[in-house]
Design a protein around this ligand. Sequence first.
Ligand SMILES: Cc1cc2nc3c(=O)[nH]c(=O)nc-3n(C[C@H](O)[C@H](O)[C@H](O)COP(=O)(O)O)c2cc1C
Length: 306
Amino acid sequence: MSEVDLSVNIGNLTLRNPVMLASGTVGYGNEISEFIDLKKIGAIVTKSISLKPRKGNKPQRILETAAGMLNAIGLANVGIEKFITEKIPFLKKQDAPIICNIAASTIEEYVECVRMLNDEDGIHAFEINVSCPNVNEGGLQFGNDLNMVGKITEKVRANTTKPIIIKLSPNVAYISDFAQAAKKEGADAVSAINTLVGTAFNIKTKKPKLNNITGGLSGPAIKPIALAKVLEIHRKVNIPIIGIGGIMNWQDAAEFMIAGASAIQLGTVNFIDPTASEKILKGLIDYCNKNNIDRISSLTGSYQLD
Ligand SMILES: Cc1cc2nc3c(=O)[nH]c(=O)nc-3n(C[C@H](O)[C@H](O)[C@H](O)COP(=O)(O)O)c2cc1C
């Protein structure tokens, strides 16, 4: 059996394979490195980092739902200085390709973050989070505003030489408009999707179960929505897409690539099975071998609509 070429190009970024770990679900890699060999994955996207450390929201901030989870973490993170001094060295030692996810509440803060991180040679690309539903400033205020997404992309582009990926919100009518705005201002790729706004109530107390009232829904429940968003972007905008949302196994990953994704990210599944990424990669390789696919990238957008 010939070896499948697993490499994928996402704009100027080449990854050894399309299986990535999604922001916020594996922290900065420390814990998950006890279960998987980070060298073997396409890339790890680190927890959203902000200029200053953030404690995030008060508990309860995570909840299981019928087919996924609601989270309202509120972007708790160590802040950029600690990220540079403590987190990047660990990941570099693992030889893990790092994509650094950045969150901010002003355009200037995004710019400051990419400036501070631009010379870090361990960082392969930036993923710009304009779509967190769990914070008061920034977050969805940005992700729902076409002009803002364009502006953030433009300013970040002007301040880094590294590839930039804009992580889009599904909480909009036409996600492809946002992908177009990101492309126009120089983004190399988009990630789709972040979580969907959801909530849950305690029927005894009649209070919301989450301290933040609402949270972001992730997991298998959102997969069909995420697939439709990926397909919409692929049909309307010529930009590489990283597909995210409810991927639990290799079949789901293949589905996202067929719908138009150049690579995929795994989120909620990491909490259920921290070795899922290795299994999913193996499943994709077997699928390619069985179907005489010699380059995995040929799966991208291979849907047959008629
Ligand atoms: C507990 C938790 C924390 C998350 N934190 C972040 C974050 O800090 N930044 C971000 O861009 N996305 C964050 N996400 C969203 C995921 O990266 C991903 O887009 C989403 O969960 C959908 O994928 P999934 O259904 O495979 O989990 C988080 C998701 C979860 C479940």
